[in-house]
Write a protein that binds this ligand. Structure first.
Ligand SMILES: [Zn+2]
Length: 353
């Protein structure tokens, strides 16, 4: 691991425990072993688990106050409804999450599978309202829109992806162009919204698209969370991307997508690759065993990507959890949890609240 200050801005918790840890400590060994300064856990708005996942992230922050977290919306109905029951609308949910002490909002509503489930455009009126609030407050949003273009072509989609349900060319999913145009309509309506598109906005083969958006929208960033396919593009055009990352260093954040219950060694391996890609000229085996050669950025450009942009966008310290607000949130949403999850949340409440 390089000897630099690094923030991993994109991780998830998907399980209560694994053979190594309980979720409440799941990234501590990773953090200390790799010497990273801090990390940002993004709640996963996967179908009907957002509220529970938000609670888990909040407890993690109480146990480890040097941790950032982004909360997610609980949509409840699929397709999502514009007429949510009183007090369950997205603006109210957004304000609750901010009051609890989340440092931003995670949205995965633009991933084709989730987008199909929510059954509405990304700029549907209920979401539009919450974008306005977030733009006004300058709240940071980590937003997953799209997926690798190959996932729409049956001849290019890997078997593993097909197994995971990530082939989208079957006519039941939106096209990548449709997702892009909805996301870009959000930017057009809210030109100062503070969005970081995850996974380089899947533009490894089309960086000019990002350049055009960067030039238009001063608050727009992307993260470098793999997607191994984008690292193939970076390697293929190494000099081009070296210039790109230097020129747009204030627009790029670092993240691993480390997801618990994966083992610590996977996260440690990944952050080592990513930070060496930025800060050294090392040649390394990366992701799917292809070669990746570091671009050796220096000074401000390097520091921007490794940690400064995130601190600049989100804050140089994580927000503190407001226990009273978290208790109210649990009380309000606990009916959405399955009995097993509820039992765990209740015992965490006893211990921490
Ligand atoms: Zn992710």
């Amino acid at each position: 691991m390089i000897n630099e200050k690094v923030i991993d801005t994109h991780l998830h918790i998907e399980a209560w425990d694994n053979e190594e840890f309980n979720f409440i400590d799941c990234f501590e060994e990773y953090r200390t072993q790799s010497g990273i300064h801090s990390l940002n856990i993004c709640a996963l708005p996967t179908v009907q688990r957002s509220a529970c996942n938000n609670m888990m992230c909040a407890f993690y922050k109480i146990a480890h106050p040097n941790t950032y977290a982004h909360g997610a919306f609980e949509h409840i109905f699929f397709p999502i409804r514009e007429d949510m029951p009183k007090g369950m609308d997205l603006v109210t949910q957004y304000k609750e999450l901010m009051e609890i002490g989340f440092d931003g909002i995670k949205m995965i509503e633009g991933k084709p599978t989730v987008h199909k489930t929510i059954g509405r455009n990304l700029n549907t009126p209920s979401l539009e309202k919450v974008y306005s609030e977030m733009e006004k407050d300058q709240t940071h949003i980590v937003f997953h829109v799209g997926d690798p273009a190959d996932c729409w072509d049956i001849n290019k989609t890997s078997e593993l992806f097909i197994e995971k349900g990530w082939f989208y060319g079957d006519g039941t999913h939106s096209t990548l162009e449709e997702l892009y145009s909805q996301a870009e309509a959000i930017l057009k309506n809210h030109p100062n919204i503070k969005i970081t598109f995850a996974h380089f906005y899947f533009c490894g083969e089309n960086p000019q698209k990002l350049i055009d958006l960067f030039e238009k929208y001063p608050n727009l960033c992307v993260d470098l969370t793999p997607g191994c396919e984008m690292y193939h593009s970076f390697e293929k055009n190494r000099e081009y991307f070296k210039d790109f990352f230097k020129k747009y260093s204030s627009r790029v954040l670092l993240g691993t997508d480390a997801t618990f219950p994966m083992l610590t060694r996977c996260h440690t391996w990944c952050i080592d690759r990513l930070s060496r890609y930025i800060a050294t000229s090392d040649e390394m085996m990366a992701f799917d065993d292809s070669i990746l050669t570091g671009i050796a950025l220096e000074g401000e450009a390097k520091e921007n990507i490794l940690y400064k942009n995130f601190e600049h966008r989100v804050g140089d310290k994580p927000k503190e959890i407001n226990k009273k607000a978290l208790s109210s949130y649990i009380e309000k949403y606990k009916h959405l949890l399955n009995p097993e999850d509820l039992e765990k949340i209740e015992s965490l409440s006893k211990k921490y609240l």
